[in-house]
Design a protein around this ligand. Structure first.
Ligand code: PMP
Length: 441
């Protein structure tokens, strides 16, 4: 940190007009946030001229890094034609076709402006389909920022309740209890406890929503047994199974569902499908998506939005997705594995009881060495000092020119070469050593 830096000055200036000097709580850090000037490939330059290898990629949206020519050209050309219009464009169909071709559980799709909105629309659709109101979600899961699905996001021992019957603590102060009563929280990856809880609520349940590879669990995937049990239970009881693939949609060419081999009724997408511009989407089976079909008769729900399907996001998304062939996904995955392996070797060398967990291009740094596959285990093993330690590690990485998310998330981009992975590991080695020395002191 340098109190004379331009970032520090901008941070001060922001404080006057933005509470907390930010517009996204998830990205802020102390003593001041670094302000970005420009990006180039996998590197971002801040307003003081410092260059970082970007391992956040805007929470994974920039899967091609910065300045990927097909996206830049598509956006330029579209900006000259039109930014947005009351009439739909062909680009909306083309991006739909790409999504339908790739995600095996998606026959039809509709766009939204963010992942939050995609989940919200999926939840509303499930309610309209079933005529029921309750939504089951897995403990600790993040599904965007509307209050129902914020229940049990980052719960603590003080409010999480019994293990086999988790409570639904609100994230926001003042969340209506009536709303929380609509949330049924189930323990991630615990088949029997989850089925018992769902069984009690089945007549009131519209949907079960799960992020099958949750970032907040360090990308520990839901087990095959767990997903299969959810799939069977939902089918038998007329409950809509929703996968939130807003983040983990980057798990492979056929998304997380293609990789894990279990298909939901509805899928929420976002991030990479917009190529760096704002986007979200809800896709699903023809049967589930029929709820949106205004040509088939009177509607049971409505879905619209001034910017939904805006052609700028559509053309950027098309360019991004076309650049993501199966071969490109394989390379991203190989680089992700090299990163994890290299980080683990260095963690071990410095005597750190840490882990680089994850799969494909998604990596999470953790303060324990055996993988954790449910929220409580993750929380307990991370320890009380988790946030403080993560802040120090984040700072040490920044000082070595590595930008990761404040909770130790690292996601790759196609702009990275193998040399960039090597450089990352060389820099991380210095950062981890500094971190280990401070931990030992
Ligand atoms: N679901 C998941 C799993 C996410 O990771 C996110 C974003 N981090 C969202 C939903 C919300 O998406 P957005 O930020 O685009 O609203």
């Amino acid at each position: 940190p340098d109190s004379q830096s331009r970032s520090a000055a901008l941070f001060d200036r922001a404080r006057a007009v933005q509470p907390g000097a930010n517009t996204r709580h998830m990205i802020t850090f102390a003593p001041y946030v670094i302000y970005a000037e420009r990006g180039n490939g996998c590197r971002v330059t801040d307003v003081d001229g410092n260059v970082y290898i970007d391992w956040v990629n805007n929470f994974s949206t920039n899967i091609h890094g910065y300045g990927y020519p097909p996206i830049v050209e598509a956006i330029k050309a579209q900006a000259e034609r039109m930014l947005c219009c009351i009439l739909p464009t062909e680009a909306e169909i083309a991006l739909s076709e790409i999504i339908v071709e790739r995600w095996p559980g998606i026959d039809q799709v509709r766009f939204t402006n963010s992942g939050t909105e995609a989940v919200m629309v999926a939840v509303k659709a499930a309610r309209a389909i079933t005529g029921r109101s309750k939504i089951a979600k897995t403990e600790g899961g993040y599904h965007g920022q509307f209050d129902l699905v914020e229940a049990s996001f980052l719960p603590t021992p003080a409010n999480w309740g019994p293990e086999d019957r988790p409570a639904a603590p609100p994230l926001g102060h003042g969340t209506p209890q009536s709303l929380l009563d609509e949330a049924v929280i189930v323990p991630f990856n615990a088949v029997d406890a989850t089925l018992a809880r769902l069984e009690e609520e089945k007549d009131a349940l519209a949907a079960v929503i799960i992020d099958p590879i949750p970032a907040r669990l360090g990308f520990a995937p839901a087990s095959q047994a767990y997903l299969t049990a959810l799939r069977r239970f939902c089918t038998e009881n007329g409950i809509v199974l929703i996968f939130d693939e807003v983040f983990c949609g980057r798990a492979g060419y056929h998304g997380a569902q293609g990789r894990l081999g279990v298909l939901p009724d509805l899928t929420a997408l976002g991030k990479i499908i917009g190529g760096g511009l704002p986007i979200g989407a809800v896709g699903g089976t023809k049967e589930a998506m029929a709820i949106f079909d205004n040509l088939a008769g009177p509607l049971k729900m409505s879905h619209s939005g001034t910017f939904t399907g805006n052609p700028m996001s559509m053309v950027a998304g098309i360019a991004a997705m076309r650049g993501l062939t199966p071969e490109v996904f394989a390379r991203l995955e190989a680089q992700g594995e090299s990163l994890r392996r290299g980080l683990m070797e260095r963690m071990a060398a410095f005597g750190l009881d840490m882990r680089a967990n994850g799969l494909a291009s998604m990596t999470s740094l953790q303060f324990f060495s055996e993988p954790a596959d449910n929220y409580r285990e993750f929380h307990n093993r991370s320890g009380d000092a988790y946030l403080d330690r993560m802040r120090r590690l984040h700072r040490d990485m920044l000082n070595e020119g590595l930008l990761m998310a404040t909770r130790g998330l690292m996601v790759g981009s196609t702009a990275m070469t193998d040399a960039d992975i090597d450089e990352t590991l060389a820099r991380a080695e210095i950062a981890l050593q500094a971190f280990a020395q401070r931990e030992a002191a």
